[in-house]
Design a protein around this ligand. Structure first.
Ligand code: HEM
Length: 158
């Protein structure tokens, strides 16, 4: 029984680590790089008054890379920053929003994360993998953020 509990805790631990890795990937490389909103009536936001009909841009990519919000290592890959949850990862609890936020938040976010975890676990059951030497790091935006020259990966059967 205690062995069973141990295995369950280990699985939970791995699950949380993988979640943190996905969050950090989505922080550094959010597929949707900005969102827009429009004021439907005169309103005050962050101490500034806006009339109705103003288009506002929420630059997800810039906010996710801002050292004032994330600290000096904002540009580094550090999944551990999510160890105490999303709302404690940055100086502002809403600084991480790859899936948007509020009433129009992405309806598929849980599905997307679950799908990614399942795909990764199926691959890891059969293969180890590493980045190919031919990979060139060149994120660019064509509607979504993506690797300009693809993401070549070397799979090794285990
Ligand atoms: C990594 C994967 C994904 C990312 C980063 C992502 C990101 C987003 C973002 C930023 C929005 C806009 C939210 C807003 O305006 O506040 C959105 C909306 C939406 N997403 Fe996703 N999404 C992902 C996967 C999916 C999947 C797998 C589905 C469906 C199975 C999905 C369905 C939708 C729908 C229907 C909306 C519109 C929701 C609304 O306007 O009420 N998304 N997504």
């Amino acid at each position: 029984m205690s062995r069973m509990v141990g295995v369950m805790l280990l699985i939970l631990c791995v699950f949380l680590q993988v979640t943190m890795i996905f969050y950090e990937v989505l922080r550094l490389y959010p597929p949707i790089t900005f969102l827009t909103r429009r004021t439907y009536k005169a309103m005050e936001l962050g101490g500034i008054k806006y009339p109705a009909g103003v288009n506002l841009m929420l630059p997800i990519l810039f906010i996710h890379h801002d050292p004032d919000i994330w600290g000096k290592d904002a540009r580094e890959f550090n999944p551990q920053r999510f160890a105490d949850g999303i709302s404690n990862a940055a100086k502002h609890p809403a600084a991480f929003f790859p899936f948007g936020g509020g009433p129009r938040i992405c309806i598929g976010q849980n599905f997307a994360l679950l799908e990614a975890k399942m795909a990764l676990s199926i691959i890891l059951q059969r293969f180890s993998f590493e980045l190919s030497p031919s990979y060139v790091h060149a994120p660019y935006t064509v509607i979504t953020l993506q690797p300009q020259h693809g993401a070549q990966i070397r799979l090794k059967k285990i």
